[in-house]
Design a protein around this ligand. Structure first.
Ligand code: FAD
Ligand code: NAD
Length: 475
């Protein structure tokens, strides 16, 4: 990487940690000719999470929502390096990150190279952009890590599909009406946030619209249950849309169990407690064949350990940042997205706006840095004065981050979606139904990062409309 810019000033090194919404949105808008950029992430692709709930059912192919980091880097001007590794530690005083590569173990073959002994390295940075996202919050509930699947990463979607098929095919060998057959035919989703609602809706669609054509009577035998601790699902939506969603679920035969808190799971059952309207409680045991946990976010270990080194980082819910996304308590480290704790929700919309904002901020910082460098080199007093005026003008353009909520969208099944749309700051329109579904689809296509993914996703929808969804176990 070239050390000097055309001005003669040093080209600073930006290390971007992560390849998700925050990190890739930052890269998208950064003037990469002004910085040396290194991306570090164990996941070598960007994942378009809003369409992940469509992957287990095969409505969308997994690859259609994955955008390789190397492809993104190649399309970016200047020199952008990528290292497939996880950050394990950060020393903000020495300005170093410690990274580790572990090869994924393959299920078939023996192609991993360093399963037991990770390869380790360290990187220096001038600026660190930390955007490692969050992990799934299990709240320490017994049995979830061992027996439940999640819906966070692309491989989770594949695992959910395989479990669904394994359960259904195994159940078909058992006598009709037997308890074990009923158990295997039960798909349980815990957590009625948007992830859980969208997954339950997609699975129900798949059973009704496609699988029942191949597996007789599946529509009547298969049970999709959604368990939510609070009185309603989709709590961030307008109450009319919550009611609408609950009506659609009832008419589609998705079993909603609200006011029901999961307490424990084992290999066959979910143990939960329902809070009744009169304040009393009742315990339930719900047998399942496939179980997905969608209980929300928690911070990753690397983030909590990093925060623990900095006295100013006092929140357990995420990294604290100022209005420029700069971390409290350390110099030259910025954080984006779900690893931060701010007044904004942990969404792709927030992470991407933060990423775009920070890139713009960095483009200005680079300009400022060059002006200061030139002012220091300059001998002529009137030229120095001119440069100082330019510095002041550029500094006055460094404005704080301001989040603009564009609305919330969720798919709720049978080609219907709900949308809380914000128009500027003065009006919110809440709509739901088939037209909203078309809007939902077009909005997501426009949000996909590259032309390649827009084409792939649109083609997947057309294929499903013509041929139906695929019913083989592996996508
Ligand atoms: P991520 O996008 O999660 O990226 C984190 C990155 O860091 C990943 O590349 C990961 O591999 C990498 N990483 C992890 N650990 C390390 C490490 N130790 N070192 C280096 N790199 C590391 N939001 C919306 O606004 N609209 C939606 O419709 C929507 N739908 C969603 C659907 C699902 C199923 C899910 C799970 C989430 C959805 N979200 C949605 C939320 C949205 O995906 C997140 O808010 C967003 O991904 C946060 O961006 P991020 O960059 O902080 O984290
Ligand atoms: P979430 O935090 O939004 O919802 C988790 C749900 O699980 C909550 O309703 C919670 O009450 C419930 N829960 C927690 N513990 C429970 C227990 N023991 N028993 C029963 N229920 C329990 O999580 P999510 O849906 O994964 O979403 C994470 C983030 O991603 C959110 O910010 C969300 O807005 C965003 N997201 C947005 C979309 C969209 O806009 N379409 C889709 C998916 C995710």
């Amino acid at each position: 990487q070239t050390e000097l810019k055309p001005t003669g000033n040093k080209r600073k090194k930006v290390v971007i940690v992560g390849s998700g919404w925050g990190a890739m949105s930052f890269l998208q808008k950064l003037d990469t000719t002004q910085y040396n950029v290194v991306i570090v992430s164990p996941r070598n692709y960007f994942l378009f999470t809003p369409l992940l709930p469509s992957v287990p059912t095969g409505t969308i192919d997994q690859k259609s929502i994955c955008d390789p980091v190397r492809l993104i880097a190649r399309q970016t001007p200047g020199e952008v390096q990528y290292m497939e590794a996880a950050v394990t530690d950060i020393d903000p005083h020495a300005k170093k990150v410690y990274i580790e590569h572990k090869s994924d173990r393959l299920t078939i073959g023996d192609a991993f190279i360093n399963d037991n002994e990770p390869i380790r390295a360290e990187l220096d940075y001038d600026y660190l952009i930390y955007s490692v996202g969050a992990k799934v919050n299990t709240f320490g509930i017994q049995g979830i890590p061992e027996f439940a699947s999640y819906l966070k990463e692309a491989q989770d979607a594949v695992a959910v599909r395989q479990k669904l098929f394994n359960s259904v095919e195994a159940a078909r060998l058992l006598p009709e009406g037997s308890d074990e057959r009923k158990r295997l035919m039960t798909f349980v989703v815990c957590g009625g946030g948007p992830t859980g609602v969208e997954l339950a809706a997609e699975v129900k669609d798949y059973i009704v619209q496609d699988l029942s054509k191949f597996i007789p009577n599946l529509e009547n035998e298969m049970n999709v249950t959604l368990i939510e601790a609070l009185p309603n699902v989709l709590n961030m939506f307008h109450h009319k849309l919550i009611e609408y969603t609950q009506q659609v679920f009832n008419s589609q035969g998705v079993h909603l169990r609200t006011n029901t808190m999961v307490k424990k799971v084992d290999a066959r059952n979910v143990y939960c407690t329902e809070k009744k309207a009169d304040g009393s409680t009742e315990d339930h045991v719900i047998p399942y064949g496939t179980l997905v946990w969608a209980g929300g976010n928690a911070q990753r270990k690397v983030t909590t350990e990093f925060a623990a080194k900095i006295p100013e980082q006092t929140s357990r819910r995420g990294l604290l940042v100022d209005e420029y996304q700069k971390l409290y308590g350390v110099e030259d480290v910025y954080a984006l997205g779900d690893c931060t704790f701010t007044k904004n929700p942990p969404t792709a919309q927030v992470a991407s706006q933060q990423g775009h904002f920070l890139a713009d901020h960095f483009n200005k910082l680079s300009k400022l840095d060059d002006l200061k460098f030139l002012a220091n080199q300059e001998k002529q007093p009137e030229q120095v004065e001119k440069l100082h005026k330019k510095i002041q003008r550029t500094e006055s353009t460094l404005l704080p981050f301001h989040y603009e909520h564009q609305g919330s969208l969720a798919y709720i099944g049978s080609e219907r979606a709900v949308a809380d749309l914000s128009f500027f700051q003065w009006s919110t329109v809440s709509v739901g139904g088939n037209l909203t579904f078309l809007f939902w689809r077009s909005a997501y296509v426009s949000m996909l990062m590259g032309v390649r993914n827009k084409v792939l996703v649109t083609t997947d929808w057309i294929k499903v409309a013509i041929f139906g969804r695929d019913c083989s176990k592996d996508n």
